[in-house]
Design a protein around this ligand. Structure first.
Ligand code: FAD
Length: 183
């Protein structure tokens, strides 16, 4: 008589991790729970008028809804990505203009550790390939911020997203916009 199995079937869209288990950090939530994402989108759209402004608000509230709902869940690949980019860009924005040899070495260690430690394995592999071709520039704040912006844009391009204007890196990650809206 076969043993009863307790393993849950793999959700469609879920990627397996290197250990053979489902890897949430490798997969976007909307890809393994498309029904929930679509239902919440439809609910938001139904409560909005067709005007552009309201559609934008609807999209924002859908995203906020999903984020709130998932606030205590393990991160998916998108939440992990946003948090990691926030950490990396902010760390670069506050990196010294003239770093000491120890600061340079520590920054190199941090960046070179991502391809082996970043939990989204296919993201980590691609990032590893990218930094082989474009080694980190840890010589100073401005050059590190620029290097990181270019690396992020490589990922944006791969995912079909718009390129970020690297002239706006300090505004986005350190100073805030000139109109004072973040002050
Ligand atoms: C090292 C690394 C590798 C990744 N590789 C993959 C991958 O291979 N496949 C995959 O599906 N996902 C990958 N991700 C996740 C992916 O990049 C996004 O984080 C995720 O899809 C969420 O995207 P988002 O549109 O919410 O904003 P994100 O791309 O996370 O960006 C967050 C914010 O950063 C700002 N920003 C955008 N581009 C730049 C830039 N070039 N410079 C400075 N600021 C910028 C914008 O204000 C944006 O809102 C990776 C993440 C990291 C950290």
């Amino acid at each position: 008589m076969p043993e009863p199995t307790t393993a849950k079937p793999l959700a469609p869209g879920m990627i397996l991790g290197p250990d053979g288990k489902p890897c949430r950090a490798c997969t976007a939530f909307r890809n393994w729970k498309p029904a929930i994402a679509t239902r919440e989108q439809a609910r938001s759209n139904a409560s909005a008028t067709p005007s552009g402004a309201m559609t934008a608000i609807a999209a924002t509230s859908t995203s906020a809804f999903l984020q709130n709902k998932r606030a205590n869940c393990p991160p998916d690949s998108e939440e992990l990505g946003r948090a990691t980019w926030t950490f990396l860009h902010t760390t670069a924005a506050y990196y010294p203009e003239k770093p000491t040899p120890t600061q340079r070495a520590n920054m190199l260690t941090l960046l070179r550790s991502l391809p082996t430690l970043y939990p989204c394995s296919h993201c980590a592999d691609d990032f590893g390939e990218d930094i082989k071709v474009h080694p980190p520039d840890v010589s100073g704040r401005a050059s590190l911020s620029r290097w990181l912006c270019d690396r992020h844009n490589e990922v944006n391009k791969k995912l079909g997203k718009e390129s970020f204007d690297c002239a706006k890196t300090d505004e986005r990650w350190k100073d805030g916009p000139a109109d004072g809206s973040c002050d």
